[in-house]
Ligand binder design. Sequence first.
Ligand SMILES: [Fe+2]
Ligand SMILES: [Fe+2]
Length: 269
Amino acid sequence: MMPLAKMAETVLRTADGREKTRISRDFAAQWRAARADGSHPEIGTATPPLHPARPEKPELLSPRDVPRRRPGSPEGRIALLHAVAHIELNAVDLHWDIIARFSDVEMPIGYYDDWVKAADEESKHFNLMCDCLEAEGSFYGALPAHAGMWRAAEDTVDDLMGRLAVVPMVLEARGLDVTPGMIKVFKQAKADQAVEALEVIYAEEVHHVAYGSKWFHYLCGRDALDPTPKFHALVRKYFHGNLKPPFNEEKRAEAGIPPDFYWPLAETL
Ligand SMILES: [Fe+2]
Ligand SMILES: [Fe+2]
């Protein structure tokens, strides 16, 4: 079996979405099988690219140039699915990147188990969204998508605690806030396939946020740091803008993110 950091780098260097996620799921299965008997496979080291390989399409535009469509219309729903597919593909790369990028930081084996599982789930999410798009006669790449999704990774390229604070604990936590509203849109349209897919995503994303919180707190404990002020300082340093209420306080709590983590960073209404 390839060392885990090399697997991560291989995923990051694969451009096509379906192919990237196929390899990602295959590596995750290999890792799971190797871990099943309690062994500690090699992590190794890697030199991940600063930007992961991506398909030629979708065209990446600055968020303000991505056309807005009414969420109630069929075109609006396709645009929404396309946006989620794009987020999921970025998430696949983000979870493998946190393995490859910080392979020089000594972490317990459970850290790798968690992010491999998260990467596997993101790969499933991307494929679920692609299946929904294709069922609607569209596909991933048919519409433009947001550039700048990799910015958080670039900004925290040499700071694991910063990466944990901004990616799972801010960006993925934001997913918990907005997904129920999305599910409602598709329920109203009686789009069962999308509702089912988004419910899978919603259930599994809680764990990704929880992994972020768990390893953030672990590192705070290892360095004898007070987690709350440390989290605030890192988000202010690396995250551009304020956090947007309303927050899904219940799911955030379930994921180990208490209110005094995010409320002080919220925009004042
Ligand atoms: Fe996801
Ligand atoms: Fe996730």
